[in-house]
Design a protein around this ligand. Structure first.
Ligand code: URA
Length: 248
């Protein structure tokens, strides 16, 4: 692929901007492990994109045909690109990730299963449409684990009712937790295999308690890594990606 097209595909701006970045010497390519990257100034040079590592305006960037990102969402952020009251999670990502061109109906990168503004924890973002669909589809039953802190003491009866199923006001079928385990006087872990609007909060309200804190700690077999601080993101590793794909 031409170098300018590679940059364009990674979100570095229009083709014209990308050609300018190359011509002005802002793009260097790694040719071997642990050797300084070499500046390339021909924007139409053909470069093999698979496995390519670049340095663009001083920042290292691996070529990723599709982006798969893990973000530890902090409280007080909205998952929407156009937030109404709080900053968008997209402000936590570097601009190439926010500007990646649309691909087969996916408008740049999207959160797989949104979290409320006050919910913290694991978010996966990608521009891979079928992957989003697989992870979100209720038919696939991908478990999502939430750590819940409740206002009132949690009772055995509440746990039993969450497992047996509760009726939410605008639904005509019971929704049940796939697993539910008390972890403290006010805390429990709840596993859901679907993602209805405010589902955890509504289920907990339906059994007579109230969510005071909500954190997503796991999607499928992949847990939120302990070293990923709130507000930080990183690329998913190939191993993590295959864990997610295996569960979906
Ligand atoms: N359920 C909720 O109520 N809120 C979330 O953010 C996620 C699941």
């Amino acid at each position: 692929m031409q170098l300018q097209d590679i940059l364009y595909s990674q979100g570095f701006g229009t083709r014209r901007v990308c050609a300018g970045l190359v011509q002005q010497g802002h793009v260097a390519l790694y040719e071997a492990e642990s050797v300084e990257p070499v500046v390339h100034t021909d924007a139409s040079e053909d470069v093999e994109e698979d496995g390519l590592r670049m340095r663009v305006q001083g920042v290292d960037w691996p070529y990723q045909e599709k982006a798969y990102i893990l973000l530890n969402k902090p409280a007080g952020t909205e998952c929407s690109q156009k937030p109404s009251a709080y900053p968008s999670i997209y402000t936590l990502l570097p601009s190439p990730l926010r500007q990646r061109p649309s691909k087969s109906n996916v408008q740049g990168i999207q959160a797989v299963g949104r979290l409320d503004q006050d919910t913290t924890g694991m978010l996966v973002l990608t521009d891979d449409g079928p992957f989003i669909h697989r992870l979100n589809s209720p038919k696939r039953h991908v478990p999502k684990v939430y750590d819940v802190t409740a206002k009132h003491e949690v009772t055995d009866d509440q746990i039993k009712r969450l497992l047996a199923g509760v009726l939410l006001n605008d639904e005509n079928e019971n929704v049940r937790a796939a697993a539910c385990e008390q972890t403290g006087l006010h805390t429990f872990k709840l596993t859901l295999t679907e993602g209805k609007y405010h589902q955890v909060k509504r289920m907990v309200a339906a059994v007579g308690n109230r969510v005071e804190g909500l954190h997503r700690s796991r999607i499928g077999t992949l847990g939120l890594p302990g070293d990923l601080e709130p507000g930080k993101w990183r690329w998913l590793t190939i191993g993590e990606l295959s864990q997610l794909t295996a569960t979906s």
